[in-house]
Design a protein around this ligand. Structure first.
Ligand code: ADP
Ligand code: MG
Ligand code: MG
Length: 209
């Protein structure tokens, strides 16, 4: 079971890793976009962390909805509404439960992914954040079915996201700004897939705190 504190730790971990990887994410976006993905997310998750400090939400659901709304307000671009929706959908899935188990976390990740797909209409293989989020959601669901412990399950999700992000390199982008480049988008890792892998990886880090 994980509680509000776990999700607060998750956001702290994301803010830290996004800040540390800010230039890397921006470089990925410089190759096939407009060189702002690192700055966008750094601004957004710093704001999310501040919003949590100010509001101290009482439940995982309230916390994640606040994070999502803050991202929508602060990040802009394509990724702001997409990540904002992902966190809001996760939060809505939890309702007002004070604690959630690994299976519920898996269901919430499915809801986040569904929200991203609804808004962005990207399928797997379109070279977007979906290419990291979808395998992560599948790996977590499989880990729950296999009865893995939380640490191992989150590790499996993180590894799947990382692999999914790396697998965007040879793809041609079919959604977002990178799609304007056509075949010239081939040969670069998608910045949003890379940041999604960091976000899922931070879940594992929050779990082992
Ligand atoms: P912008 O492209 O507006 O500058 P960002 O640089 O912050 O926004 O985010 C770009 C990332 O957003 C892409 O690398 C991709 O992963 C993701 N993205 C863009 N469009 C879509 C979409 N329609 N569906 C899913 N993800 C998308
Ligand atoms: Mg960009
Ligand atoms: Mg932009």
């Amino acid at each position: 079971m994980v509680n509000t504190q776990f999700f607060a730790a998750w956001i702290e971990e994301i803010a830290a890793v996004v800040s540390a990887q800010r230039d890397h994410l921006t470089q990925l976006d410089a190759a096939i976009g407009d060189a702002d993905h690192g700055a966008n997310l750094d601004r957004g998750f710093a704001a999310a962390r501040e919003a949590l400090a100010a509001a101290s939400p009482a439940t995982p659901g309230a916390l994640l909805v606040l994070v999502g709304s803050t991202l929508i307000r602060k990040v802009g671009g394509a990724s702001g509404p997409l990540y904002g929706t992902a966190f809001r959908e996760m939060g809505k899935q939890f309702g007002d439960r004070p604690e959630v188990d690994l299976a519920e976390l898996g269901t919430a990740l499915d809801a986040a992914l569904a929200g991203v797909r609804r808004l962005g209409a990207a399928a797997e293989g379109d070279k977007t954040m979906v290419d990291a989020l979808a395998p992560a959601a599948r790996a977590l669901a499989q880990a729950v079915r296999d009865g893995l412990a939380a640490g191992e399950a989150l590790g499996a999700a993180a590894a799947a996201a990382e692999e999914g992000a790396k697998a965007t390199v040879p793809l041609q982008a079919r959604k977002g700004r990178a799609s304007y480049l056509g075949p010239r988008s081939v040969g670069h890792e998608d910045p949003g897939a890379a940041s999604s892998a960091l976000i899922i990886g931070a879940l594992k880090a929050a779990g082992s705190r």
